[in-house]
Design a protein around this ligand. Structure first.
Ligand code: ME8
Length: 493
């Protein structure tokens, strides 16, 4: 059996999860479910990033130790994943022994090899991003990434020779045009390595300044820089340090799902770290855009008070409607604007009107004309447009999912739903019934049932609960008619 190993970022535990985090995990979950369904042995990994200054500072504010503080937030992530039907096979915390030992093992290998060296750093530093910005790159002492004020520091640290591998990475990119998807993110990462010389990466922090991290095995005075630590999780979870068989089986990862904010770390630092360790890069990196809030399209942040709780959205609209909205409304890779009114719009049109209506009207007809017994198809006049669409749908969905085009795969599924609804309106089955066209009616209803079963099959990775409900309603010869799947939301209420 072929394996498929996919990952999400490890989220910082300094704050509760928000819709952005849920987006990445939902996308990854759809692919994980899809690959399982296609017969792969799937390993779907998510987890939490628990070291570093951000977490340390939040812990101090909360008057807890960093680990006590992390323990509290980890629960929120785990509960959320369960609530959102995320089917991860593993959850890794960077404070676990399997991880800290793997990080130390990697550090020792690179240090012995001479790819890590000690040097003095004098320059600018962004605390929230935990990033060094050598003077040349920090105009006006503002962080180029987050735009907050930089701090000036001077200290001895350990550095990793990114620069040594710049040419190798450039060649690697050129030989693997699908390494990063979508394509415009690939171009962005490639231009980062072709348009400037890479600076070596500072991979330690002096304990005197920041003590919350994995101790550098060859220096008691330093802990590991949180990004070097966190990236290693992708190999520590599959046994880099403690299970060679598992490691051989699952590495390289098939895809790392990330947001565009952490592209540089994943597309540049990480492949170089792996190369220096004599390991293969991941096959693919899938980088999505951001969910922004409000008319002014702001990033979510605690300080702006505009953070949206995914659990609350799932409670309000249903887990599947929430999953559907995120993946359907914005093509993967682009930014989107999140609002409840856009969820309601999608819900009422795509879920209530299209999908819900098709299922409900079909159940009603089976009940009314056949006392609930699903008729068998006679295929008197096979509807070739619908039949063709049924025949090619799986292939279409597969093609889009291979390139992480979630929205396009949902559109393809809705293509079939819409054809079927249109067919109902054009055929007017109530007339067939009135005119005693029994055989045509049978054929017509049987085709609708076939469409619905196909739709449920294809939707099962996106909307597992809904697909399950539909499959149950049509599982036997006799239908089980329940409540409408997606009752319309009345916006005036
Ligand atoms: O960066 N829209 O953790 P993090 C869409 N610990 N996705 C968003 C988002 C938004 N507005 N905001 C966050 C870290 N995300 C590191 C990662 S990996 C080894 C270490 C999602 O808690 C998106 O996936 O800041 C983004 O890349 C990630 O959360 C950042 O999470």
């Amino acid at each position: 059996m072929s394996k498929f190993y996919l990952t999400t970022p490890l989220y910082y535990v300094n704050a509760a999860p928000h819709i952005g985090h849920s987006y990445t995990n939902i996308a990854a979950d759809v692919l994980a479910r899809y690959k399982r369904k296609s017969g792969f042995e799937v390993l779907f990994l998510t987890g939490t990033d628990e070291h570093g200054q951000k977490v340390e500072r939040s812990a101090i504010e909360a008057e807890l130790s960093p680990l006590e503080f992390a323990n509290k937030t980890v629960g929120k992530f785990k509960d959320l994943w369960q609530k959102l039907s995320i089917s991860n096979d593993d959850f890794i915390r960077t404070t676990e022994l399997r991880h800290t030992k793997a990080v130390q093992k990697a550090l020792v290998i690179l240090y012995k090899k001479g790819d890590i060296y000690e040097a003095k750093y004098e320059g600018w530093y962004c605390t929230p991003c935990e990033t060094f910005w050598p003077q040349t790159q920090g105009p006006e002492q503002i962080c180029p990434d987050c735009k907050r004020k930089l701090e000036e520091i001077s200290e001895t640290n350990f550095f990793f020779k990114l620069s040594k591998y710049q040419d190798w990475l450039t060649d690697y990119f050129k030989a693997h045009p699908d390494f990063v998807l979508p394509g415009f993110r690939y171009n962005e990462a490639l231009s980062f390595i072709t348009q400037q010389k890479l600076e070596d990466l500072c991979i330690s922090r002096p304990k005197a300044r920041m003590g919350w991290g994995i101790e550098v095995p060859f220096s008691k005075e330093h802990v590991t820089y949180v990004w070097f630590d966190a990236l290693i999780n992708y190999i520590s979870a599959v046994g880099f340090e403690n299970d060679q068989n598992k490691f051989k089986k699952f590495w390289p990862a098939d895809v790392h799902f990330i947001g565009k904010d952490i592209l540089r770390q994943h597309a540049i630092y990480w492949p170089i770290m792996l190369r220096a360790l004599d390991l293969e890069p991941p096959y693919k990196i899938a980088a999505h855009g951001w969910w922004l809030i409000g008319k002014s399209q702001e990033k979510m942040s605690k300080s702006k008070g505009n953070v949206i709780d995914p659990a609350e959205m799932a409670e309000k609209f249903g887990v599947d409607a929430y999953r559907y909205f995120l993946l359907r409304d914005v093509p993967f890779g682009l930014d989107g604007t999140f609002s409840e009114s856009s969820i309601i719009k999608r819900y009422n049109s795509d879920l209530a009107n299209d999908l819900g209506n098709l299922v409900y009207r079909t159940l009603t007809m089976v009940e009314k004309y056949y006392s609930g017994a699903v008729p068998k198809a006679l295929n008197l006049a096979p509807n070739s447009i619908i039949r063709n669409k049924i025949a090619v749908l799986s292939e279409e969905v597969e093609k889009f999912l291979q390139r992480f085009e979630f929205s396009a795969s949902l559109e393809a599924i809705w293509g079939l739903i819409n054809l079927a609804n249109k067919h109902v309106e054009e055929t007017k089955p109530w007339n067939l019934a009135k005119e005693n066209k029994a055989e045509e009616l049978k054929d017509f209803i049987a085709l609708l049932v076939e469409v619905i079963k196909k739709v449920a099959e294809e939707l099962s990775c996106f909307m597992p609960e809904t697909a399950g409900k539909i499959e149950k309603q049509f599982a036997k010869d006799k239908i089980i008619k329940g409540q409408p799947l997606f009752p319309r939301i009345d916006v005036t209420k």
